[in-house]
Design a protein around this ligand. Structure first.
Ligand SMILES: [Zn+2]
Length: 317
């Protein structure tokens, strides 16, 4: 069994950043196991092989207290040994399970770029490369959603599989994260020079499943964009069947994600701006105000309320 100690190599200059160097052939990846696991609406991503594995922990909804245990159950079923966790940022819905996992699995390595990440053991920096057996990870610092947000770009040498990007809450399918601790300037750099410069066939594994809502906003921005319409119809169908819409590819994202299309005329027209950073700032602000529709109650539930069938279950004031 290979020893599963990641080597923390010094960042290598070439072949990065790509945007300034033109296309660089990426190592091909073959047995990269990158399963998206759908548990309710959780999403966890594992990579590795039978002997070793790591994971980007799934975001946990507020009502779920068993996240780490579900993850361990998957580890057990898959017959793998969980050795490392890559945490994108400190928000509780991405990092809350770390402490429990670290207690349950002594020696577990927790990587991240922010001291606020729970149970952090390895603080990584921009451009740093990690190796997990034959699987390689490049850390991409993308501050804005939080000031310590890190994305992880992953591939396997000598493998035909496309590389994978774990984009946390920076890039979503059809959208981008909120600017909680950063600026539009930072997000523009993240989206255009860091993530946007990755190979176009990169699979995008984002932190949340908010594709339909994102694409509804994208359609408001670009009502004539056929790619937005197609992807939205597909995402609604997937939602109805309770199937994930993640991953997408970077190539696809450039076709319908307005936050990656700030130089497109239609997007500029919608925002009334032409300077890319101003277009992005305006888009984000419009998206923040793009309210969720009011929950429509199921007609049977409304009838049941009318008939007082819930009465015995309601708390009396
Ligand atoms: Zn977040």
């Amino acid at each position: 069994m290979p020893s599963f100690v990641p080597s923390l190599r010094k960042p290598k200059m070439p072949p990065w950043p790509r945007s300034q160097r033109g296309p660089v052939p990426l190592p091909r990846s073959g047995s990269l196991l990158c399963a998206t696991l759908s548990l309710w609406h959780l999403r966890g991503c594992f990579w590795g092989n039978r002997a070793q594995c790591g994971c980007v922990p799934p975001p946990l909804p507020a009502q779920c207290h068993s996240g780490p245990f579900q993850l361990l159950e998957i580890v057990r079923k898959e017959d793998v040994v969980l050795k490392a966790i890559l945490t994108t940022h400190h928000h509780w819905d991405h990092a809350r399970g770390n402490e429990e996992l670290a207690q349950l699995l002594p020696g577990l390595q927790v990587f991240g770029a922010d001291e606020r990440v729970g149970a952090l053991t390895h603080r990584v920096s921009h451009g740093q490369e990690l190796a997990f057996g034959s699987i390689r990870v490049r850390c991409l610092f993308t501050p804005c959603h939080t000031s310590g947000h890190m994305c992880y770009f992953m591939w396997e040498d000598d493998s035909p599989d496309a590389p994978a990007l774990f984009s946390g809450d920076t890039l979503f399918v059809g959208g981008c994260g909120q600017f909680f601790e950063g600026t539009a300037e930072q997000m523009l750099t993240n989206l255009t020079q860091i993530l946007g410069a990755l190979p176009r066939d990169t699979k995008v594994f984002c932190g949340h499943e908010c594709t339909v809502r994102n694409l509804k906003f994208a359609l408001k921005v670009e009502p004539e964009n056929e790619k937005v319409k197609e992807k939205l119809a597909w995402a609604k169908q997937r939602d109805d069947e309770d199937l994930p819409t993640v991953p997408s590819t970077l190539e696809e994202e450039f076709l319908y994600n307005p936050f990656l299309r700030v130089t497109e005329e239609a997007v500029q027209r919608f925002t009334g701006r032409t300077e890319p950073v101003e277009v992005l700032r305006a888009l984000r602000s419009q998206r923040d105000n793009f309210k969720k529709p009011k929950e429509r109650l199921n007609p049977q539930a409304v009838l049941a309320f009318d008939w007082g069938l819930f009465e015995p279950f309601l708390e009396k004031k």
